[in-house]
Design a binder for this molecule. Structure first.
Ligand SMILES: NC(=O)c1ccc[n+]([C@@H]2O[C@H](COP(=O)([O-])OP(=O)(O)OC[C@H]3O[C@@H](n4cnc5c(N)ncnc54)[C@H](O)[C@@H]3O)[C@@H](O)[C@H]2O)c1
Length: 271
């Protein structure tokens, strides 16, 4: 018997990175999982779970569509009889929109980042809540960011989208407590995934760390454990938050950033 035995989970952004590792971890712990992503490579992730002895299906879903999310929830109930666990994780840094001053971005660029990250999370929760009520309760988690909690130069829209998730989680925790539904989010720092691959954030971060080391700073980022996380490490936090181990925790933004907020490291901007 493992902690997710009998549970049915829906994970968005499940084709790669944190979402993939979360779906695989929940499945290993006994959950049946509906993987959702815009990118159809999540089909192979679901097949991998099944090959390993788990239960999973993949559904192509764009979190900009409430209807597609509702269909994915229906797949969970039709295939597995219920839905009690949700990880709203799909997100984007906005490609070329990252690391620019607010006034250098267009209205369309701000809106598209907010649409995927913040409204996408709200749509995911809204689509799932009726099913969680039908299941008699459950738990939801979202992937926010330390950008929700601290200043990140060059990422106003991204930070606002993630800050909005923290507010939504607090509100829903209150709205849903009587239904036995807990709602939390994780706030990671840098994670070693595809997300930052086509941006200049990781090289800038590395340069900052090297400069701090060269200066011989007594409190260098390395000494503060600062490093990019592996997606499995963030998946562990989601797993905890949606499990009964976190039965007392709701409405919280859990920071899992390998010390980067205390290192005051994130100062990246295209000057
Ligand atoms: N990588 C980091 O440094 C970092 C730090 C803090 C928070 N995060 C957050 O972690 C979450 C997961 O990102 P990741 O780092 O694993 O990156 P990733 O690029 O590996 O995964 C993101 C996934 O979301 C999917 N996605 C994007 N837009 C979508 C949409 N409209 N509909 C459905 N799916 C969509 C992508 O196809 C991809 O599979 C994101 O919300 C991201 O903002 C990442």
């Amino acid at each position: 018997m493992t902690d997710m035995d009998g549970k049915v989970a829906l994970v968005t952004g499940a084709s790669s990175g944190v979402g993939q590792k979360t779906a695989e971890l929940l499945a290993r712990r006994g959950a049946r999982v509906v993987l959702c992503d815009l990118d159809a490579s999540g089909g192979a992730v679901a097949e991998g779970i099944v090959t390993a002895g788990g239960e999973a299906v993949f559904r192509t879903v764009d979190v900009r569509s409430l209807e597609q999310l509702q269909q994915a929830v229906a797949v969970a109930e039709r295939s597995y009889g219920r839905l009690d666990t949700v990880v709203a994780n799909a997100g984007t840094v906005g490609g070329s929109a990252v690391a620019h001053r607010l006034e250098d971005l267009t209205d369309d660029q701000w809106v598209s980042i907010i649409d995927v990250n913040l409204v996408g999370t709200m749509r995911t929760f809204a689509a799932a809540i009726p099913a969680l009520r039908r299941a008699g309760g459950g738990a939801m988690s979202a992937t926010a960011s330390i950008a929700a909690l601290t200043g990140v130069a060059g990422q106003a829209a991204y930070s606002a989208s993630k800050g909005g998730i923290v507010s939504v989680v607090r509100t829903l925790a209150y709205e849903l407590v009587a239904d036995g539904i807990r709602v939390n989010c994780v706030c990671p720092g840098g994670i070693n995934t595809n997300l930052l691959g086509d941006t200049d954030i990781l090289p800038a971060l590395t340069a900052q760390m090297e400069a701090a080391a060269t200066r011989g700073d007594a409190m260098s980022p390395q000494e503060l454990m600062n490093r990019a996380a592996q997606p499995e490490e963030v998946a562990n936090v989601h797993r905890f938050l949606v499990s009964d181990d976190a039965s007392l925790i709701t409405g919280q933004a859990v920071v899992c950033d390998s010390g980067s907020m205390v290192a005051n490291l994130w100062m990246v901007i295209d000057r």
